[in-house]
Design a protein around this ligand. Sequence first.
Ligand SMILES: NC(=O)c1ccc[n+]([C@@H]2O[C@H](COP(=O)([O-])OP(=O)(O)OC[C@H]3O[C@@H](n4cnc5c(N)ncnc54)[C@H](OP(=O)(O)O)[C@@H]3O)[C@@H](O)[C@H]2O)c1
Length: 286
Amino acid sequence: MSRWLVTGAGGMLGQDVVTCLERDGETALALTRADLDITDRAAVTAAFLGYRPDIVVNCAAWTAVDEAEAHEDEAFGVNGRGARLVAAACAGSSARLIHISTDYVFAGDARRPYTEHDRCGPRTAYGRTKLAGERAVTELLPGSGYIVRTAWLYGAQGPNFVRTMIGLERTRETVDVVDDQHGQPTWTMDVAGQVIALGRSRAPAGVYHATSSGETTWFGFAREIFRLLGADTGRVRPVSSGAYPRPAPRPANSVLGHGAWASAGIEPIPGWQLRLHQGFPSLTFA
Ligand SMILES: NC(=O)c1ccc[n+]([C@@H]2O[C@H](COP(=O)([O-])OP(=O)(O)OC[C@H]3O[C@@H](n4cnc5c(N)ncnc54)[C@H](OP(=O)(O)O)[C@@H]3O)[C@@H](O)[C@H]2O)c1
């Protein structure tokens, strides 16, 4: 049986990866930021020597997309240098690495879903730092590094769009939501499932896209949440991105293609609506 190590285990995705590993009977060491700072070379080395993992899932990241614009060096410290330290430790110990990345590595202006092999061209500081992490993994672990890009995550464990909409449904008569950004709402438990399937497989190293199938806009996503709450979907009103200027521009197209899973013998995540319906009861936000 493999020994799994999860970094960033206190985050929204990290917690669900650990839950799924434990549910599936795997042996896993869950390290939160307090347990292991991935920017601390000596700490990373000590963690690997002490535990000797077979598979590492790097969920640790600077995820504050807007703040990264003014603090790119700090974001790079975690997403670029930290990822490189984890990849180097894997290379030095023969552990395989599953590194979590993002649609923000793309420019977001394509008129079709991005494939795993499409050119990257990040337009935000966050995207640049995440791409640096990807490149470190590809360089140091050409035969044993997996880059799992995801997007539009929601889960029971962290702040996210579903939680925000549930709160707004309770407190506002109408809610304006952008209708010109396209993506695939994705449940963290589904990403965790793909990660575990990948770790258990003999899949070729490389890039995999762990997002739900299908696509919608934030407006479509919000309407579906209102529908599941039994609320009037007419209370959700479409607006353009211009209504919500942000320091980091949001991609117009975050839709990712899922072709690589076939080479791994793993099914992609099913449609976003089905999974939102199935996951909704477990998203028990206070
Ligand atoms: N959320 C999304 O919609 C989304 C979309 C695309 C890709 N992703 C990717 O998915 C992964 C997981 O994201 P998430 O949504 O679970 O974010 P999250 O909840 O912010 O989790 C990230 C975790 O990393 C920890 N961390 C930060 N700096 C660290 C360091 N130096 N050493 C160790 N741990 C550190 C954070 O701890 P603190 O909270 O204490 O800082 C946090 O627990 C990331 O790679 C992210 O880029 C997320």
